[in-house]
Design a protein around this ligand. Structure first.
Ligand SMILES: NC(=O)c1ccc[n+]([C@@H]2O[C@H](COP(=O)([O-])OP(=O)(O)OC[C@H]3O[C@@H](n4cnc5c(N)ncnc54)[C@H](OP(=O)(O)O)[C@@H]3O)[C@@H](O)[C@H]2O)c1
Length: 310
């Protein structure tokens, strides 16, 4: 099968031809139809994940996917060959990935039947980003009535988090560099949209005493942690330890590892299936153009970049 993979330490990702993975106990094999690009994929491609995950080369890149179940392990029930699913490859080591014609994922907590109303691109952009958004929201004790600044709000995680936080009653202040981005975040439920080029001035006008919570989805944390009021929360899925955060004595620092769970996937599928959670797709790219998509990630994209695989 065709896969986009890193073949050895220090090597650049490339399309390679390898055997499809066999589902191991507890796993399901999926014929991937679409998969979306995430910061994690760029980090693995750049070699940054070497200290955190065992790499079993060739390491196929890609986390989130949508596809059709093609095989199930003997011990798996509840998911059948032919089911249209959405999911995330989330194993304790790196080897299988979503940027491939076939991938494997855990039946319990790795995938779920996709709601019919979701397009393949939408279904492929929910499990990883949505698990992170849910984990961020659950780190906030009683979000209702709290002011919540989301920096980097126009991306895959942010566009979901805005909606979840607004529905939970938070007053969301969301960043967007472009006019289109600021219009989108308001449409999704943010009360205020601000350009992050002068965040301090913008936030001082909206919340002179500071915000209750800041969520760090992009940019340099040290440039806006001072905007959180004393005793507030600074939540980051980017920084993974308090030593990386300079303001931990004044505000509570919460690192996020948005591991998927069966419960999170069920919540996400149910909200997206009922139309209460919109998944934003910026563009789709052919599998052959995945290198270009990696270059585009994080720069003025609204929502997700999806790779069409099958
Ligand atoms: N720990 C976990 O489990 C986990 C899970 C998922 C994601 N993540 C991480 O969470 C982060 C967000 O993910 P994502 O998929 O939403 O990323 P994304 O799609 O790249 O979105 C980030 C957004 O930030 C904006 N941005 C770029 N530079 C900025 C700056 N200097 N200041 C403020 N905003 C800026 C960009 O929009 P505009 O410039 O156009 O406004 C971009 O769309 C990534 O670093 C990702 O790796 C972690």
């Amino acid at each position: 099968m065709k896969a986009y993979a890193v073949s050895g330490q220090g090597e650049q990702p490339a399309h390679i031809d390898i055997d499809p993975p066999e589902p191991e106990p507890g796993e399901v094999r999926v014929r991937v139809v679409a998969a979306s690009v995430n910061g994690f994929d760029l980090a693995v491609a750049a070699g940054y994940m070497g200290g955190f995950f065992e790499h079993r080369y060739p390491v196929v890149l890609g986390r989130e996917f949508a596809g059709v179940v093609d095989a199930v392990a003997d011990d798996v029930s509840g998911i059948e060959v032919g089911d249209r699913v959405l999911g995330v490859v989330s194993k304790p080591f790196l080897r299988e990935g979503a940027f491939a014609e076939y991938t494997t994922a855990y039946a319990d907590g790795g995938l779920i039947v996709a709601p019919d109303v979701l397009s393949d691109a939408e279904a492929a952009s929910l499990a990883h980003t949505g698990s992170a958004a849910l984990a961020i929201l659950s780190a906030i004790d009683e979000p209702e009535g709290k002011t919540m600044l989301i920096v980097g709000a126009t991306g895959g995680v942010g566009t979901l988090l805005i909606q979840l936080a607004a529905a939970a009653g938070a007053t969301v202040i969301a960043t967007g560099r472009t006019t289109l981005g600021r219009e989108l975040v308001i449409e999704l439920g943010a009360t205020h949209a601000v350009d992050y080029s002068d965040l301090t001035t913008a936030i001082r006008e909206i919340a002179p005493d500071g915000v209750d919570v800041a969520v760090h989805l992009s940019g340099d944390a040290s440039t806006f942690s001072s905007l959180v009021k004393n005793g507030g929360l600074f939540i980051s899925p980017i920084l993974y330890s308090p030593e990386m955060f300079g303001d931990a004595e004044r505000v509570t620092f919460v690192p996020i590892a948005g591991y998927p769970s069966a419960e999170a996937l069920s919540t996400l599928a149910s909200l997206a299936g009922s139309g209460d959670l919109r998944v934003i797709i910026d563009r789709e790219r052919a599998f052959d153009d995945i290198g270009q998509a990696f270059g585009e990630f994080g720069h003025e994209t609204l929502g997700n970049i999806v790779i069409r695989i099958g």
